[in-house]
Every structure is written in structure tokens, then in C-alpha cells.
Design a protein around this ligand. Sequence first.
Ligand code: NDP
Ligand SMILES: CC(C)CCC[C@@H](C)[C@H]1CC[C@H]2C3=C(CC[C@]12C)[C@@]1(C)CCC(=O)[C@@H](C)[C@@H]1CC3
Length: 325
Amino acid sequence: ERLLSHNSDGLQLCLACRNMQRAEATRSHLLTSHPAAQVDLLQMDTSSISSVLRAAQEFKLRYARLDYLYLNAGIMPNPQFDVKAFVKGLFSSNVINMFSTGEGILTQKDGITNDGLQEVFATNLFGHFLLVRELEPVLCHAGQTSQLVWTSSSNALSSTFSLDDIQHQKGTQPYSSSKYATDLLSLALNNRYNKQGLYSSVICPGFMLTNMTIGILPFYLWKLLMPFFLMLRIFTNTLTLTTYNGSEALFWVFLQKPESLNPFSKYHSLTSALGNSYTQPHKMDINMETSESLYEKLLQLEKDMRGKLKDKEKESHHAKETCRI
Ligand SMILES: NC(=O)C1=CN([C@@H]2O[C@H](COP(=O)(O)OP(=O)(O)OC[C@H]3O[C@@H](n4cnc5c(N)ncnc54)[C@H](OP(=O)(O)O)[C@@H]3O)[C@@H](O)[C@H]2O)C=CC1
Ligand SMILES: CC(C)CCC[C@@H](C)[C@H]1CC[C@H]2C3=C(CC[C@]12C)[C@@]1(C)CCC(=O)[C@@H](C)[C@@H]1CC3
């Protein structure tokens, strides 16, 4: 919506969504305020490997070029709010950090996808990784730049991520781990693809009330807490609260020359106590060595998963043939 409000001429949007009913509703909403806009839809579930491969194939049939790819889909399933840790945090010097990152007060219960991957890892990171790899031919064009924009989080904490457990099978903070992996992956992509004109950056929208966060507390509590959160903005500008404010960095990045963005920075949407939105970079707690190691592991996993998919296809083909006989 913010991109269309800025300049809808010549902008062709393609919304890749898992739920086509919601996608249609979003499209209609956008066309109501911007009747001349070009908004296409593409069905894609980032948690499913075959869905991502199918969607990428369809995209390449439809379009010759992709200038901006927003990698925004994300889940934080079954969030558990640790009241004890929260109260302890309230009386510690870490209180502001707790409200801006959610560090130490949230855990999640992860699931397993049909492909056998950890659900948060598959949805938030691996599906997007595959998509970028598949869309390479439309993203990389001689003499032109293109941009990947990842929605990461200030909840991306190195303490929750391990190269020995990139899917976070063993821990209770898969969300944080997947976002830290996102930061690492963006750096590795810059390292590999900048020569081909493809740039990658990460943003944090700040804390917003959305479908993802609203379930953490009962709805009436959020309503009651709203004046408290607005007041808290005096101490931390990370409480963006609305999706309009949260999308500030997504929009800001769109306006920048990709070469001017720092691959080690995360671009944060921030909102001042007076309600003004702005974007500010913060250095990420990442290094090239870990980022490259993660990339190698993702490539290996991709190879394994493609192998499994082929075996499955062969099996079902064989079953069909046997039936026919
Ligand atoms: N809210 C917050 O405070 C913060 C959010 N973020 C990040 O912002 C991004 C957007 O989240 P937010 O708007 O808050 O939450 P929402 O739940 O409102 O939005 C998440 C979006 O991701 C889509 N999605 C989820 N799973 C899949 C999937 N398997 N395939 C395709 N699409 C999928 C959802 O689709 P559907 O409509 O079908 O559910 C929805 O459109 C996420 O990456 C999140 O981690 C980062 C920091 C803070
Ligand atoms: C009951 C209390 C009076 C208020 C509790 C508030 C907490 C539930 C929120 C305070 C900071 C929030 C926060 C997030 C979730 C909800 C809180 C912990 C996130 C972890 C959501 C996902 C993200 O990506 C982070 C950037 C958010 C950081 C702040």
C-alpha cells in the first residue's frame, strides 16, 4: 500500500500468498484506493518445498524481470509468555531491551512440515532461500540492480542460533533462531550475488500488533495496555505498534540505491514519542565466517530435499504405472 501511494505508475506488484481468499481480499483493498494499480496474485506456501518450486516456475513463466523481492512471510507459533521472567525483567537494568527485543520472555512450540523440516525454520527461512535460488534468472540481469528485502527482527539473537542445529530442533526459541539465520543468510547472499547486481538487506519493523503478536495476550489486555505502550515510546522508539509505522523501513529501503546499503546493518522502523516514523540502521551481531557456514549448510539441505522430492515423484509415478498394469 505504501509503495502504491508513493508511485503507482509503472509499478507491477505480485503478491505471493498461501491463502488465495486473503490474497484476493488484499488485492481488492489495494485496488479500491489505487484503481489503476497492477496487482497480480501467486499462490505460494513458504513452508512447502514443492509449493515454492511451483510458484517460482509460474513466476518465471509470467515475468522476465524482478526488481524487488520482499521476503516477509513469517510465523511465531504457539507463543508462550513467561510472566516470571517478565516481572524479573521489569526490575532489572535490562527492562528497555526487554520491551524492544522480547529477549528472555517468549518461547514457542514448533511443528514439523510435510517435508519433515522444523516449521518455523521452513516458513521463515528455508522456503525464502529456495525461492531466491529459483528466481536467480529473473533477479540477476547484466547492467541492472535488484534487491532482496528480508523482514527480520530485533528478536534475532545469536544465543538462540547454532550451526549444529540450524533448524532449532533442540531449543524453545525457533523464531529468534530463524531471524538470526535470516541476518546471516542476507550477508552470505550479498557476498555471493553483489557481483551480479543482486543486493540483500534486512529490516526490523519494530513491535507491531498483528495476527502474529495479538494472540500472545488476551485482546482486552492489549486494548488496556495501549496507553502504556504509547507512553513507553519516550524510552524506546521500537514500539511501532501499527503496520503503517512498521513498514517504514521496508519503504525506506525501496527508495535507496542498493549499493549504498550496508550488508552488516539492519534497518529498523522506529516511531518517536510524538508518533513520527523513521528508519535507522543498527550494526548486526553477525560475522562472515558463520554466515558462509550457514550458507553451505543450506545448500546441502537444498540438495538433500531436492533428492527426496525426486524419489517421491519417482515412487508416485511407479505406483501409477503399476495401477495401470
Ligand atoms: N509483529 C511484530 O511485532 C513483528 C513482526 N516481524 C516480522 O514481520 C513479518 C510479518 O509478520 P506480521 O505482519 O507481524 O504477522 P502476520 O501474521 O500478520 O503476517 C504474516 C504473513 O506471513 C504469511 N505467512 C505465514 N506463513 C506463511 C507461509 N507458510 N506461506 C506463505 N505466507 C505465509 C501470512 O499469511 P496468512 O495471511 O495466510 O496468514 C501473513 O500474510 C514476519 O516475518 C514477522 O516475523 C518482525 C518483528 C516484529
Ligand atoms: C502483560 C504485560 C504488561 C505486557 C507484556 C508485553 C509483551 C507481551 C510484549 C512486550 C514486548 C513485545 C515484543 C514482542 C512480542 C510481545 C512482547 C514480548 C516481539 C518478540 C514479537 C516478535 C518480534 O519480532 C519482536 C521484535 C518483538 C519484540 C517486542
